[in-house]
Design a protein around this ligand. Structure first.
Ligand code: NAP
Ligand code: G4F
Length: 334
């Protein structure tokens, strides 16, 4: 092990962003430590196989002593807190668990850093979210939400994330920690969990093409999201921790599209122009309160960090459908 290598500790290593970040940090020659939860996490084998260079540490965001132990083992220069209950619909059904992990979990890891980092040198990234804005008309600037926009979360997830945002800011101001929030708009890709609408659609589209499925059941189709590619967004996270000063940044594409528009492009990829016969609406996938429209203004990150998304909306849909056609075809052969 080289003494000059930077060291990173990542919570949420088994998630979408954790995978992209592990790849990025490896390319940048980091020594990477990832927190894995549960006594037999079903994702462990896949992580060990794909990222043999990541050292896994068993810990949980709800257990502060385990986070202190993780800090002592990893001795990181940078901590990326990506771990959370991240599904908005699930958070309505499990609001207290969401508060404990997605909200108080942030306090637990900040305290673990404060208690173990005597020199106050660790840089901390908190995975904040556009869900904190709530997508309502009254607080939405014409160019999209920015770092100064008012918050109005519309789900237990958004409320828990807002606590994480403020406690991160509070530790920065109280203890002079290099602790920042990336306020990230939706980002998707081939690693996206199948419970999120984009992956649910591209997986179904591939299966319909291969004759494995007849239709897809979805909730509301009119909400709009600012959808980017996760690979672009982890680069922005890393840049936030390399900056001279600890500041919060919005990462977004500056464009917004409805789920219907996503369906249009995804079905066109398999030669179907009218998706309506293949989509059924099911109230089970609707939420008690919806976020109508998310649009972000990434100007500050573009100007100060030199960050810019590379994959556009059609490119994102295409790469996801192409990936799922390969994944689902492999499943047939098994
Ligand atoms: P994801 O795929 O759902 O991954 C969530 C990760 O959190 C998983 O690795 C999960 O581990 C871990 N986790 C859950 N409960 C935990 C606990 N008690 N202790 C430790 N780890 C725990 O989410 P993602 O899309 O990669 O997003 C990463 C972060 O960015 C999340 O905090 C999310 O809320 C936030 N965010 C995401 C987006 C987006 O569009 N993707 C936008 C804004 C913000 P298991 O595998 O064991 O469940
Ligand atoms: O894909 P979604 O579940 O993502 P959502 O709720 O926008 O949250 C994602 O992005 C946030 C950033 O803004 C992150 F903080 C969060 O962690 C997560 O990554 O739903 C997108 C839209 C919603 O309006 C939802 O109601 O799609 C709608 N939708 C319609 N049918 C559906 C479905 N969503 C899901 N998951 N499943 C459906 O069947």
């Amino acid at each position: 092990m080289s003494e000059t290598k930077k060291r990173a500790l990542v919570t949420g290593i088994t998630g979408q962003d954790g995978g992209h970040l592990a790849k990025l940090l490896h390319e940048k020659d980091y020594e990477i430590y990832g927190i894995i939860r549960g006594q037999h996490n079903p994702k462990r084998e896949a992580i060990v196989e794909e990222f043999p260079y990541v050292t896994l540490i068993e810990a949980d965001l709800c257990d502060q002593s385990s986070l202190i132990r993780a800090m002592e083992l990893a001795k990181p220069d940078e901590v990326y807190n990506l771990g959370a209950i991240s599904h908005v619909g699930y958070s309505f059904k499990n609001p207290q668990l969401t508060a404990d992990i997605t909200g108080k979990g942030v306090l637990n890891i900040l305290e673990a850093i404060r208690l173990t980092d005597a020199e106050n040198k660790v840089r901390f990234y908190q995975a904040s979210t556009s869900e904190m804005f709530g997508g309502l008309e009254y607080n939405r600037p014409e160019k999209g939400y920015n770092e100064d926009s008012a918050f109005h979360p519309r789900s237990p997830y958004g409320v828990a994330k807002l606590y994480g945002y403020w406690i991160t800011k509070n530790y920065r101001e109280s203890y002079n920690m290099f602790a920042v929030s990336g306020i990230l708009f939706n980002h998707e890709g081939e690693r996206r969990g199948p419970e999120f609408v984009t992956r649910k659609i591209t997986k179904a589209v591939a299966r319909i093409k291969l004759g494995l499925q007849e239709y897809i059941e979805l909730g509301d189709l009119w909400p709009k999201r600012d959808w980017g590619y996760a690979g672009d967004y982890v680069e922005g996270m890393w840049r936030m921790l390399q900056a001279d000063e600890p500041k919060d940044y919005v990462l977004a594409t500056g464009e917004t599209y409805s789920i219907e528009q996503f369906l249009d492009l995804a079905f066109k990829e398999i030669g179907i122009d009218d998706w309506h016969p293949y989509v059924k609406q099911n109230p089970a996938f609707m939420r008690p309160a919806e976020v109508d429209l998310l649009l972000g203004d990434p100007s500050k990150a573009e100007k100060e960090l030199g960050w810019k998304r590379e994959v556009d909306f059609p490119g994102l849909v295409k790469l996801m459908v192409e990936n799922d056609l390969i994944v689902e075809a492999k499943n047939i052969k098994l």
